[in-house]
Design a protein around this ligand. Sequence first.
Ligand SMILES: N[C@@H](CCC(=O)N[C@@H](CS)C(=O)NCC(=O)O)C(=O)O
Length: 207
Amino acid sequence: MDSRFKLYYFDARARGELIRLIFHAAGEDFEDIKVYQGMWEKLKPAMPFHTLPVLEIGEQQLSQSLSIARYLANIFDMAGRNNLEKALVDSAAELIDELLSDALKIIYEREHKYKARATKKFGAITLPAKMHRLEEFHSKYGKGYGYIVGNDLTYADLAAYSTFDQIVAAAIVPWEYFEQFPYPSQLKKRILDGEPRLSQYFRYTNS
Ligand SMILES: N[C@@H](CCC(=O)N[C@@H](CS)C(=O)NCC(=O)O)C(=O)O
């Protein structure tokens, strides 16, 4: 496939998934290059911050998942409608990224005893605290359409849904946990019933 966008990431959802979701929501072709361990050792020094994800746009390389997400969201009108809305969307995306970071630490932890302890703490303290803050933010800035800010889908909504879905897929909490909060429940409906490109993608990735 010859696309103007090339995404380099590992064969995992983690920090690459938000970028894939933006492309799918926009209906834009991209090359999804899965980097495997042997390949990564060779590729690493050529990457801007020696980490993935990296987006290549022609000769230009862009690093840091949220910067890549914002760049694409601006191109595809998923960043917010004005400067203030954009900053609110960014702030929500950063809160969600903190939640994803905490979840990824657990997901990739190999030591069983530590993983069990960290999962318990995450479910009892970290997740409820962040979810309450997110819900307060949603009730202030969402307009009742199921999106975190305003009445359109933004990249922060995609970050949120991807993070909730990864937490559920890792069996940290079941999806029912999120149903106590209006935002995830409404967002899930929006994404699975109102965004055909995304519902198709989720049907494929979760099968
Ligand atoms: N803040 C960075 C974090 C990047 C990062 O830590 N990437 C990890 C994978 S999620 C990585 O490249 N690990 C391999 C390595 O450091 O060698 C981002 O959001 O892109």
